[in-house]
Ligand binder design. Sequence first.
Ligand SMILES: [Mn+2]
Length: 362
Amino acid sequence: MSDANALARLLRPAGAGIHTVTTGTEAQARLQHAIYGVEGADAVREAWLAALARLASAEVVLLGVPSDVGAGFARGASFGPGRLREALIARGAYAREGVIDAGDVWVVPQLLDDAMLCDAQLAASRRDMYGDPSDPRPVSPLTLARAALDHLRVLAPRACPVVLGGDHSVAWPAVAAAAEGRAARMGILHFDAHTDLLETRLGVRYCFATWAFHANELVGRGQRLVQVGVRASGRPREHWESTLDVRQYWADEASAREPSELAAEIVAHLRARGVEGLYVSNDIDGTDPAFAAATGTPEPGGLAPALVRTLIREVGAAFPCWGSDLCEVAPTLGGDIDGEPQRTLSTAADYLEDQIALGLRS
Ligand SMILES: [Mn+2]
């Protein structure tokens, strides 16, 4: 049974996904005032629940997952959702009809996936997070996100979820929820400097470096996963394409193409493979650091934002959007570079406006 109360039990108001006691409380209150227009935890909670009660009419649902434990190197993506929301509010995206912010997944920063926890830790986390060691709710961000997104499929059946990361591990629950019941008909457009195609990394099954492997298995391979912007990989394109049956456009190849012509090629490619709906996963490090350096693993030689935006819009226009994410914006990084992290946030907000527009159209 799916209702807004069950969803509310899995989430927190926007901005509250990071647990604060003293440090950070003021910034959190400022963000929540900007989103909900009220002050104080009770009033914020009431405004958030009122938003959840309107989900049936949603066309786009935002979900924050302020996690960075799934990341590979430099941290800071946990601050992505908050800063991205500030940027979206400044652009009026929250005032748009059909856009609802469902709030945050509660991220305990030492946890990632419930499958990694022993029973004793699960009970201890449930005791302290929910007041009852036998509470059935998940405790880790990826598991909570999946449960919340499954509820959203029922509560907001017309809506396209847009997940605000967080490190790229958050793409796994998002893509898995979007694929439920229709995996073989789903295509994935994935912007990234990296392939994220490891089956496991250091023994971890679901993290920033593995989610695309599992997503590709989920959709049944068949080149339904199209990766654009790859340039930092231990193996060449031919290796990934021949062993995992993905389609890749490395950054130099993609950047040499006329954007709309490349978009049309990707649309035809996905259509020929039976794709009826699209998931867009947008790692900000697919973009060149000249436009987005505030991220954990920046790599030179990346995509121009104009190319990324053309592909989001024009590939996105050809299919219903079943979900998308924007990951790896780490506003605490890149501050030694003139204009950062504001430039990264501006680039990311441009992308989010395009990703939101995909949902509003479909
Ligand atoms: Mn990446």
